[in-house]
Ligand binder design. Structure first.
Ligand SMILES: C[S@@+](CC[C@H](N)C(=O)[O-])C[C@H]1O[C@@H](n2cnc3c(N)ncnc32)[C@H](O)[C@@H]1O
Length: 266
């Protein structure tokens, strides 16, 4: 028996990554089973809460950079997560109200909350595609209704690639998405490593993989850098999230952590 009593595909008896992530971010869209799994990780790796927040901090800074400094007006956000503060379209449309954003996720709970992502500025547009990242054809066909693929697009894959463990498969997905956008487009990635906390991260992931239905995979900075092959890495390159263009007036400490990020330009 599963907890999917209403047939929505949302099972409240099995922890789910998007809801656990929401819990670490201080959100309310999670169940007891998610909090239990989330607390298990916190017990081994207390900094996971900072990691989740720092990675959202990167999202806000990189989208603002893309909209304000790089002039990007189109975004393809693959692995959206549950709506929270500073969703991609909010950050982009704050800079440029005409920004167009397409969200992609395969989580049924994210789908039920997607309406919150579709309320953007009247000048811009947002859309949501319920798809697995592996289904690149479906993503590109769906996104073409909102995005003009003859003009630059920023692809953001924040926190999603660790869920695609096979290196060749993950690189294949990234390569096909990047191949679909023209020169002047961008790719932003966040990805977990074990560079900083070593065994504790590895243990937290091992415990996670015992309960979570989708296994999580760490990668080395070299493996993460390989996703940017053929792209020009924007300064400061591939770094722990707090070190990527920190806001000078932010109280957040600039330090190493096992969540790396980078931005590449095609
Ligand atoms: C850690 S959350 C990150 C959310 C958001 N991008 C952020 O940085 O805060 C990862 C998201 O990727 C989604 N995801 C995981 N595997 C996926 C797949 N194969 N296809 C589509 N989405 C996936 C999960 O449902 C979840 O919403």
């Amino acid at each position: 028996m599963t907890g999917d009593a209403d047939g929505t595909g949302i099972d409240s008896t099995v922890p789910h990554s998007a809801r656990i992530w929401n819990y670490w971010l201080g959100g309310k869209d999670n169940y007891a089973i998610d909090r239990l799994a989330g607390d298990q990780t916190i017990a081994v790796l207390p900094e996971i809460v900072d990691i989740a927040r720092a990675s959202r901090g990167f999202l806000a800074r990189v989208v603002r950079y893309l909209a304000a400094d790089a002039g990007i007006r189109q975004f393809l956000d693959v692995g959206t997560g549950l709506p929270t503060a500073n969703n991609t379209h909010e950050v982009a449309q704050r800079v440029a109200p005409e920004s167009r954003v397409v969200y992609v996720d395969n989580d049924p709970l994210v789908l039920t909350h997607a309406r919150a992502l579709l309320i953007g500025s009247p000048e811009g547009a947002t859309d949501y595609i319920d798809a697995d990242a592996r289904d690149v054809d479906k993503i590109l066909a769906g996104a073409a209704a909102t995005l003009d693929f003859t003009r630059p697009v920023a692809i953001t894959m924040l926190g999603i690639l660790p869920f695609i463990g096979d290196n060749d498969e993950a690189r294949g997905i990234v390569r096909r998405l990047v191949a679909a956008v023209p020169a002047g487009s961008y790719l932003a990635i966040t990805h977990s490593t074990s560079e900083v906390s070593g065994e504790r991260v590895i243990e937290a992931v091992r415990q996670w993989n015992e309960v979570a239905p989708t296994p999580y995979h760490l990668r080395s900075p070299e493996q993460i850098a390989a996703f940017f092959e053929g792209l020009e890495l924007i300064e400061p390159g591939l770094v722990p999230c707090p070190r990527w263009r920190p806001d000078p007036d932010s109280a957040d400490s600039v330090r190493d952590m096992d969540e790396y990020c980078g931005l590449g330009r095609k």
